[in-house]
Design a protein around this ligand. Sequence first.
Ligand code: ATP
Ligand code: MG
Length: 229
Amino acid sequence: GHRPGAAALNTALGIFGGTFAPLHNGHLRLALELKERLGLALVHVIPSAQPPHRDRPQVSAERRMDWVRLALQHEPSLVADDRELRRSGPSYTYDTLASLRDEHPTRPLVLLLGDDAANQFHTWHRWREISDLAHLVFVERPYEPPAPAPELVAHLRGRRAAQIDQLHMQPAGLWLSAHIPPLAISSTRVRRLLKAGRSVRGLVPESVIASFTHKDISLLTHDEEPAID
Ligand code: ATP
Ligand code: MG
């Protein structure tokens, strides 16, 4: 007979990675909107311990993880996932997805990527194999027009954009573009405002703002130009 919860056991899981220096409301809205629109059971929010494609942030991975935990405290459908902090070396998304695939052998995994990440996707470690481990969902980002690399387009060509319900019928291999109401927030903008001594209220969750120490602000603003707008 029908067991309640049995369907949920195989409902797709979202995976959302980032540097989160610091986490802001654009991140939170992306995870919540896609969780709801795609019908995901949960979204794992995973800070990159050692981002392979950018300078290592001055602020520690532990501190960035603290902000993810604080922001997700009251969001039962979003999971603060520290698996990249428990590995050494560069934090490759391929390895992260492989470890989630070990835990969930048949469950659909959906990797959520802002367009700026999507535009760089073809430079990621084992990027072609990433779509064997997860579906890819590309999200429009304000001021970052989608400019998918020819390598990525060629890799996806012939595989038409999927419908949302198809994501739940197979474990990996499909892709689609999702539109969510845009929020013009970036961590860069938050760091520049902090550098200029300005408020970041409304851009960053209150719990995260309340946790900022002088040391956090000094590490976050180390290399930033102050905001002039
Ligand atoms: P930075 O300015 O330091 O690069 P960021 O705001 O881009 O920070 P990241 O941690 O680099 O944040 O991004 C993590 C993921 O979140 C990426 O896939 C990025 O495209 C996405 N993202 C960040 N901000 C937004 C936003 N406002 N709307 C949609 N996607 C976003
Ligand atoms: Mg970024």
